[in-house]
Design a protein around this ligand. Structure first.
Ligand code: SAM
Length: 171
């Protein structure tokens, strides 16, 4: 078994089911619309749910992730052909290609050491066009999130998320 769950195809395939009911996709999509973002980079795009939804007509979207198992799901997702997928990290994104860079699903918390975070911010600056934006969120590390996990179906799942879960369950 791989060291990282993101590199295990069986665990990666469970990710969208596990993440049903998320509120953050709609928030980031609304932000992209509000900012009029014509080019979006999704760092740590995972299984690509957000990147595919963000890839509306007239908007270029790049999704980058170092985990092959996650990217394989992203590439084969319906609509995946609308996104430019890059296997790698922020270092592999071209210069000045984005007016919005996002890191969602607490990707920012993968950069633990100060030098990792500083390097990442430098890469984000490099890929952003003048006046561009970076958006990310973090989870409160003081909360025991695992104690809140449940097998109950998500009551609050949006129609889009319910569709994504249904697609995942068919795989
Ligand atoms: C919790 S998942 C979030 C996936 C996706 N952003 C979402 O919200 O569903 C974290 C992702 O970050 C990716 N990741 C880990 N280290 C990374 C790095 N240095 N650069 C970019 N992505 C990274 C992982 O491979 C994984 O797909």
């Amino acid at each position: 078994m791989p060291d990282l769950w993101t590199e295990d195809p069986r665990l990666a395939a469970l990710y969208d089911i596990e993440c049903a009911g998320r509120w953050d996709h709609d928030l980031y999509l609304a932000l992209a619309t509000e900012l009029g973002a014509a080019s979006v980079v999704d760092i740590g795009c995972g299984t690509g749910v957000f990147a595919v939804d963000a890839a509306a007509p007239g908007r270029r979207v790049i999704g980058v992730d170092p985990a092959v198992a996650m990217l394989d799901l992203a590439r084969t997702r319906p609509g995946g052909e609308r996104v430019e997928w890059i296997h790698g990290t922020a270092d592999d994104i071209p210069d000045s290609c984005a007016d919005l860079v996002i890191m969602m699903g607490h990707v920012a918390q993968y950069f633990v050491a100060d030098d990792q975070w500083t390097h990442l911010l430098g890469q984000v600056r490099r890929m952003l066009m003048p006046g561009g934006h970076l958006a990310f969120e973090t989870r409160n590390p003081l909360v025991d999130w695992s104690a809140r996990w449940t097998h109950a179906p998500p009551r609050w799942a949006s129609p889009r998320r319910q569709r994504d879960v249904a697609i995942s369950q068919q795989r």
